[in-house]
Design a binder for this molecule. Structure first.
Ligand SMILES: O=P(O)(O)O[C@H]1O[C@H](CO)[C@@H](O)[C@H]1O
Length: 378
């Protein structure tokens, strides 16, 4: 190793050590999966104080799709920069604001702009807002992104409902979930085969038909590449061989974290450009085209998202099942230890409000979602 590389390595380790108290407070947590539960809690507490609303549904707005948040009424807008420990958004088309308000009368929280790996943020940091939203009470999430259409039948302006993904980063060990595990965020080992909620996908297709846009609504497999450069022809040909329909630089890490904490996920891409897979083609991908397509499709997308959120909010569509995979016997993972008597009381009547020292309402909801406790029928 050269001296220079060595120095860089030492500098990085020092930086990691400085960060470690913000994460798990352990000197050697270099491969940390990010902020500790307590830091995430601090962030959600900060946001909770800004609005009376307690949304169950979140929307992440992709590149150029921030206008989806503009139809949220009676809103409280919180800049990412004012939230403790929250990094700024640095990409054109991503305002870097949380918007909490009413979408057609339904409480929602929207991320107007997301965080990307290519901004220099590790994946755990890019997906950290999902955990913050979970602690705020979010149980269902709509994740949107701009993406290149790799399936040759796709056209610019199409909406692709994501039915599955290939987690290229994760397959080689770069996941937002690597590192020290905290079961309060969900199980370490969990399945991914039911990630993209099939019921919500059916609802979205029905809505597309009702809106008369079903010709431009597809369903396919998404891949997240690291970016920020667009792909070479050889890379795109390789991805197509893998069965990929759309290519983006986001979404997958957010979906992973959302599923780990049992959120129900609906995700779609706006196909903002057609991927160039032939050497003799003069087209070149560019971010201006991405933003332009998003702007052209914004009115349609606003209506599409509004209708989907309205359906997701219906009681029959908002039931959340705990994700399987919880470590058996881990009832001691809540912040305040629960003894057997208290746990029995929790099981009987969801007593959060009468026994605040045992567990907060938020913790009870978390435990219910994780399957640590069960709702009583009485
Ligand atoms: O995924 P979002 O943020 O929607 O945007 C996509 O568009 C940008 C590239 O033009 C990248 O950020 C890519 O990920």
């Amino acid at each position: 190793m050269s001296n220079h590389a060595l120095e860089n390595g030492v500098a990085n380790i020092k930086k990691e050590e400085e960060l470690s108290d913000m994460r798990h407070g352990e000197k050697f947590s270099f491969l940390s999966s990010g902020y500790s539960f307590e830091i995430i809690e601090q962030m959600s507490n900060y946001i909770r104080e800004k609005s009376q609303l307690r949304p169950r549904i979140a929307v992440i707005c992709g590149s150029g799709l921030g206008s989806l948040a503009d139809i949220i009424l009676d809103s409280t807008v919180i800049s990412y920069e004012e939230i403790p420990h929250f990094p700024p958004s640095t990409v054109p088309g991503h305002a870097g604001e949380l918007v909490i308000g009413l979408l057609d009368g339904i409480p929602v929280i929207a991320m107007k702009g997301r965080l990307h790996l290519y901004e220099g943020y590790p994946l755990w940091l890019c997906s950290m807002p999902v955990r913050v939203m979970k602690l705020l009470g979010v149980r269902q999430i709509v994740i949107t992104c701009a993406a290149g259409g790799l399936n040759p039948s796709y056209k610019t302006g199409d909406i692709m409902i994501i039915k599955d993904h290939v987690n290229l980063q994760g397959l080689i060990g770069n996941s937002p979930l690597v590192g020290k595990h905290d079961e309060r965020f969900g199980p370490r080992f969990f399945p991914m085969n039911k990630t993209y909620d099939s019921h919500y996908r059916e609802i979205a297709k029905r809505i597309a038909t009702d809106m008369g846009i079903s010709d431009s609504v597809r369903e396919g497999v998404h891949v997240m590449v690291g970016g920020p450069n667009y792909e070479t022809i050889a890379e795109l040909q390789f991805l197509r061989l893998m069965g990929i329909d759309s290519v983006g630089m986001s979404t997958v890490h957010e979906v992973l974290v959302a599923r780990q904490c049992s959120m129900r996920v609906f995700a779609f891409c706006l196909i903002t450009n057609e991927c160039v897979t032939e050497y003799d083609c003069n087209l070149e991908a560019n971010h201006e085209e991405v933003l332009q397509t998003a702007e052209q499709r914004q009115e349609t997308l606003k209506l599409f998202v509004t209708k989907i959120v309205a359906e997701m909010a219906k009681p029959e569509n908002s039931i959340v099942q705990p994700i399987p995979g919880r470590t058996p016997g881990r009832t001691n993972i809540v912040k305040h230890q629960i003894n057997a008597g208290e746990l029995r009381a929790l099981r009987k009547g969801r007593i959060a409000s009468t026994k605040p020292t045992v567990a907060t309402e938020q913790e009870v909801n978390n435990m219910l979602d994780l399957g640590i406790i069960e709702p009583s029928s009485g």
